[in-house]
Every structure is written in C-alpha cells, then in structure tokens.
Ligand binder design. Sequence first.
Ligand SMILES: *Cc1c(COP(=O)(O)O)cnc(C)c1O
Length: 369
Amino acid sequence: MAQTIPFIDLKSQYRVLEHEIKARIDKVLEHGQYIMGPEVRELEEKLADYVGVKHCIAGSSGTDTLLIAMMALGIGQGDEVITTPFTFIATGEMIALLGATPVFVDIDPKTYNIDPSKIEAAITSKTKAIMPVSLYGQCADFDAINAIGEKHGLPVIEDGAQSFGATYKGRRSCSLSTIGSTSFFPSKPLGAYGDGGALFTDDDELAKNMREIRVHGQDRRYHHVCIGINGRLDTMQAAILLVKLEHFDWEVKQRQEIADRYSTVLAGIGSKITIPFVEKYNSSVFAQYTIQVEKRDKVQELLKKANIPTAVHYPVPLNRQPALACPDRFEHSECAAERVLSLPMHPYLDDVHMEQVVTSLLKAVNSVE
Ligand SMILES: *Cc1c(COP(=O)(O)O)cnc(C)c1O
C-alpha cells in the first residue's frame, strides 16, 4: 500500500524543530508581551541582516505588507500600478483595494515572471509604481525592471511572497528594489504557524512611514500622523520564525537538491513535460516545483487517483478574475494557466516519495493521449 504523500510536509519539519519551538513559545507565554514583544524586534533585525538591507518591518501577512508598501508610497484613487497577471490574487487585489488600477504586463514564458521588455509600453502619466512578482521562488529580472523604474521615476516593489531566500546575481530577494515584501504563510518557504509577512527597504523615510502605517499611522502612542491599519506580526509568530530562520539555509539547500533531482529525472523522459527554467544568474527557493504538461486537468485527475497531491498555481490569470476583470488578454499567461502543475515540494521529500510522484506522473502523462 503506497504511503500518502504530503504536498507540503509541515509535520516532519515540526518533528525536527519541536523542542526549540516549544522553548521559544514558552518564553513568550512567560513574558506575556503578545503584541510587539521583544521577539518581533529580534526577528526584524535578523531578517534585515539575512536579506542585506537596512530596515525590516514585520507585518500581519504578505497581503497586508503589499498594502502597507503601496500606502507608504502614496498610491491611491486614480493611480496605476504595473504588475503581472500570472500571480496570486493578493498582488492585484491590494492595488485595487487602494482605488488604483492594476495594469497587467505579460510574462516571460520561460520564467513565468513579468517580461521587462513589455513594461515601458504600459507606462502612462498615471503610473505610480511597478510591482513584479518573483514567482515560484525565482526572482524577476530586477536590473532591467529597476532601469525602467529609474528612467521614469517609478518605485519598484518586489512581491517576494514566494522567493524569500532566493538570490538574483548574488543579491537576496527583497533587497533588489525600492521595497521588498514577503509572506510567512505556513506553506511559504519560510513559514510561520499562522499569518505573517515582512517589508524590506534601505530607504529611511519609507521605513519610518511603513512602521507608522503598520500601527494605525501612529508615530507615538495615541498620536496618529497618517491613516494606517492594524498590520502587526504577533510575538508568537515571530518566536516561531526565529527558530525556523536558524534552519532556513539547510531547508533551502534541500529544496534546491530536490528540485535538481526532479529535473534530472523528468528532463530525461522526452518532450511531454516542461521542467522549470532557472536563469543562470538566479538561485530559486522552489516555493513550488512547477512543470507544464498537455491536458493538465486530466493529468492532475489521474495523479489524484494515484494519491499524488498536486496544485495549479494559477488556473486563471488576474485579468480574467471577475473581481479584477479587464478586456486585455495575455498570451503567455493564458497558456501557462492552462498547462502548469505543481508537484509535491518541501525540504523533507525523500527518495521513496519522489520515486512515487515521478512514476505516477509518467504513467498519467503517457495515458492521456
Ligand atoms: C502568498 C502570496 C501573497 C499573500 O501572502 P499572504 O501572507 O497569504 O497574505 C501575495 N503574493 C504572492 C505572489 C503570494 O504567493
């Protein structure tokens, strides 16, 4: 009887970290500073150091941090923000929540990230920022994007919700542009045991604004200098993340080795499966290990019957979501949405499980014709 394979295995991770995590949580329970306790500041310092920027501002989720970043940049009614349609809803949703319009630019079909050569044509007098996403754990092409931003006086926000720990030309994700934003949703590469996120910047003024916006726009207790939100990370989540950060380099290495093993096997079996493409100058953290196949829905169905969990990130591009609908169509995003399939990926995926995934995948792909 085949074992059940988890898509993301948080239980195995917990078994390894259990004692450290319980000790850290106990400390929080003892001091009782559940909101903005000392662990939050400690985490911010360690994260800023890890990423290689001056400021880190921890937040309540990777959605809220995108919102805070755009609020700090003064984005609002009537403005436009350029982004990719091939992403999780939050990216476009937070632009629209502020009354601004997400202006979509198609992806590079090889990396799934925004195609920098198409950005300039989308800039208008209303454009206020460019917000690329570093999808599946691989950074977008920030040198090219930043050059466009500089030329037009536009800040660049990296939605690095999936790419924390990745590098681009030797620099870390979230240090690559005006502001970097990430998520600590449990299934992300660095995940908490609840919601969480963080913002990164070298800009002192923006850091100060984002800190204020995170706590109701206050600069000191009960003095409110601007409109903000309740966007804080809990102390408990910070304590958990402090433990996970200690083990993060090892986990990233595991993810990369597992991705390499998948790719070696899958590349050897012909043209029916497109494996992930990582630019030479990038290292991906493989938040997802995402392939492309023909008749994706059928392949996924067959894998489900074989007890192999898979996911589709994402079946519908944002431009075709009812909440954000726009009349434009984006060829490469549409094509990817029909073909992508994410396989089980986590640092504890062993050879036995990988073998089961690969064998079932091959069987499924060969039987859908
Ligand atoms: C997960 C994710 C978000 C949102 O993060 P939350 O912490 O779940 O709010 C935003 N953008 C992308 C690309 C994501 O993958």
